[in-house]
Structure formats: C-alpha cells, structure tokens
Write a protein that binds this ligand. Structure first.
Ligand code: AP5
Ligand code: MG
Length: 208
C-alpha cells in the first residue's frame, strides 16, 4: 500500500508519520526532510531547494516527481508512506502514472490556521537527524542537544512571514489535492486538533 499524508504545514504529518510507519510497517518518505538533507549536504538539488523553501514556495513539480520516481523504483516491494507529497494536482497526476497498479490511500489531517501558526512558531528540529521537538508540548531532549547529538534549531521556514506564505500556498495549490483523492474515492479524513496521542487514535479509527 501507498499511504499519503495530506494536511497543512504543521498539521502533524511528520509527528503522525513516526507512529504510522511502526504500526503499518511502511517506509517513510518526507520530501521536506529529503530536501533539508540536500540543503545540509550542499548538493545542486539542495542549492535549488533552499531558495524555494526559504521563500515558503513549492519546488517545481518535475524536480519532485523525478525524486519520487527514483524512490519508487528503489522501493518497489515496500509499503510506502508519503509525507508532504503530492502537494499539487500535477504531482498527484504524476504519482497516478507511476503507481503501476499499486493501491493508494490518502489521509488528510485537518487543523485550522491558528493552530498551525502556534505549532510552527514553537517547533524546534534536530539539524542532524530531523527529529521534531516542541517545548510547548514538553517534547524536548534531556540535554541541550538532540538524542543523536545533533544541534537543536528553529527551521528557517518557521519564521512568521514564511509560515504565512506556506499557508497561502497550501490553500491555493495543495487543498485541491484533497479534492483530487476525494473524487477518486481514496480520501480518509482525521481531526488533527487534539493532542498527538488523540490524533493518532483518530487516525487508527479511520484507517482500520
Ligand atoms: P515540509 O517539510 O513538508 O513542510 P510542511 O508541509 O510545511 O509541513 P511541516 O513539516 O512544517 O509540518 P508537519 O505537518 O510535518 O508537522 P509536524 O509533525 O512537524 O516542506 C518544507 C518545504 O519543502 C516546502 O515549503 C517546500 O518548499 C518544499 N517541499 C516539500 N515537499 C514538496 C513537494 N512535494 N513539492 C514541492 N515542494 C516541496 O508538527 C509541527 C509542530 O507541531 C511540531 O513542533 C510538533 O511537535 C507539533 N505538533 C504536532 N502534532 C501536534 C498536536 N496534535 N498538538 C500540538 N502540537 C503538535
Ligand atoms: Mg513535516
């Protein structure tokens, strides 16, 4: 199965993906995490990605679909969890062409914009492994660094003006992807407004 997590920035896609990959034995591909690694490694992809990410804009569809095509070829036999992809209708159509008969299920995690702004302003991440922390939720490592030893930092795109741009892009370009999967009869929806544990319970109820 290919499970697609949809939802606004800060909806909790990454947080819930950690639970879902364990529960359903899936390989997790977060396009955002992959692009942040490329930025950290200073690759050509990373240099391009940085410009778009810092501006809160989406990378071009052909770049993202190229990454997904390679990943799917390398993981033909595994269940996959896509987090942050597809983000435009063109990406969703591109994915449909790559499926080769594989079943797909989309899950939309719903939260309002005010919750997103609060969550993203508070989020801290590990620069090395990408693990997400949140002092407001009391989710922080015991010491000053991540449990992997990496530096804890605030993502550049979690500044107020970039959060606003990401939300605008989400409403304009990514919300139509929800309708795309609804029209295919492949959409499940879960309330993302409770605590992370409550949200996961809600997801399990709709998924099983
Ligand atoms: P990406 O990394 O995918 O960012 P995003 O979609 O904006 O989502 P986030 O990672 O910010 O939020 P999340 O839903 O994962 O929430 P999280 O669990 O961390 O993409 C970044 C950029 O890369 C894009 O802007 C774009 O430029 C580019 N990009 C990526 N994919 C692309 C694509 N397909 N096409 C083109 N460009 C692409 O939670 C957020 C915070 O809230 C955390 O602190 C967490 O602890 C907390 N939290 C989580 N759940 C709860 C809860 N239930 N209650 C309270 N707090 C909670
Ligand atoms: Mg994420």
């Amino acid at each position: 199965m290919i499970l697609i997590l949809l939802g606004a920035p800060g909806a909790g896609k990454g947080t819930q993906a950690e639970n879902l990959v364990k529960q359903f034995n899936l390989q997790h591909l977060s396009t955002g995490d992959l692009l942040r690694s490329a930025v950290a490694d200073g690759t050509e992809l990373g240099k391009t990605a940085r410009e778009y990410m810092d501006a809160g804009k989406l990378l071009p569809d052909d770049i993202i679909l190229g990454i997904i095509k390679d990943y799917m070829q390398q993981n033909r036999d595994s269940g996959l969890l896509f987090d942050g992809f597809p983000r435009t209708v063109a990406q969703a159509e591109g994915l449909s062409e790559l499926l080769e008969g594989r079943d797909v299920q989309a899950l939309s995690i719903k939260v309002d914009d005010n919750a997103v702004i609060k969550r993203l302003s508070a989020r801290r991440s590990c620069r090395n492994c990408g693990k997400v922390y949140n002092p407001v939720l009391g989710i922080m490592p015991a010491g000053a660094n991540c449990e992997c030893g990496g530096e804890i930092y605030q993502r550049d795109d979690d500044r107020a003006e970039t959060i606003a741009k990401r939300l605008e892009v989400y409403h304009e370009l990514t919300e139509p992807v929800i309708d795309f999967y609804r029209a295919m009869g492949k959409l499940l929806e879960a309330d993302g407004s409770g605590t992370p544990v409550e949200v996961f319970e809600g997801i399990r109820e709709v998924l099983v």
